[in-house]
Design a binder for this molecule. Sequence first.
Ligand SMILES: *[C@@H]1O[C@H](CO)[C@@H](O)[C@H](O)[C@H]1NC(C)=O
Ligand SMILES: *[C@@H]1O[C@H](CO)[C@@H](O)[C@H](O)[C@H]1NC(C)=O
Length: 318
Amino acid sequence: MQKTVIAVFAILSCVAGAPTYDGRIVDGGVASSGQFPYVVSLTENNRHFCSGFIYNERWVVTTASCVSGKSSSALRVVVGQQDLTSPDPYEEIITVYRIKIFDRYDAGNQSNDLALVQLTKNITFNTGGVYFINYNEVDAKNPEATVMGWGATQEGGFESTRLHYAVADIQSSTSCGDYITGSEFQLATMLCAQSSATSANAGAPCQYDEGSPLVQIIQSKLTAVGIMSKNKGCSVDLPSVYTRLSVYYAWFLQTAGQQPVDETTVPTSEPQATDPITTEGVLVTTEEIVVTTELVTQEITTIVEDIVTDEVTDAVPF
Ligand SMILES: *[C@@H]1O[C@H](CO)[C@@H](O)[C@H](O)[C@H]1NC(C)=O
Ligand SMILES: *[C@@H]1O[C@H](CO)[C@@H](O)[C@H](O)[C@H]1NC(C)=O
């Protein structure tokens, strides 16, 4: 992703203070306060660098590529944030206890791009401002999804970007744009999403949007299905790759425990089963990984064997 594009975007956002379209990045819309209470800003030395979402009181989900090589003592998780520069009603800055990178994360092709960040204290779930979101498998029958983030922040005064969002469709193809199928994109563990240019809130995530959740409404319930991992530019014409969260159910459970259930958006009927996704021996069906009030044992542990318990200390360029 190009910094020039980011800079242009940041300037436009600051000056206009409204959704901006610079021809390459589409800012679908500026979020209203409390619209996305589950999204958090990750900061390093007080500077936003990635997003994440609230898994439960103590844990935040983000990408491995976001936090790999970072020292937990330098990181903060900001919940309830809307504007990066001014205090928001529910904003709280929380220190990080440890970072857990998914052990099979491959920095080369960003496969298994997933990490959990444990906080030093519980997040307080306020009314409206701060809340968690349950994750689950994609609803392939209704591909529309929303991604949100502070994106496009830039050193030297461009951190004031407000939270914005864009709508994209999750693709069902085994390929994803220019990504090489197999080595760079794998449908079993990743999602490919791209806006339809004609969509009212079309957009694409950009730099500093990594780790942001991709959210669908599944059976009337807001559901995180992916986290922004990589793209080859912020153009609305290009797809972005997200980590497919449902695949990592066993790891989430072992590392961060069971999620609470969002009582405010509990589905009124059973989630529908969708066609199984079969890629290189990994079988994923929604029936196996539906996350509801109960623990679900499933068979996708083949790629989710071990848990990394080490704290990340290696210096890996971000
Ligand atoms: C943090 O939240 C968990 C889960 O609700 C709860 O069991 C625990 O008692 C809380 N801890 C504190 C210190 O409030
Ligand atoms: C990523 O690279 C590793 C090591 O080269 C390879 O084993 C794996 O299949 C690749 N994964 C994806 C999703 O492309």
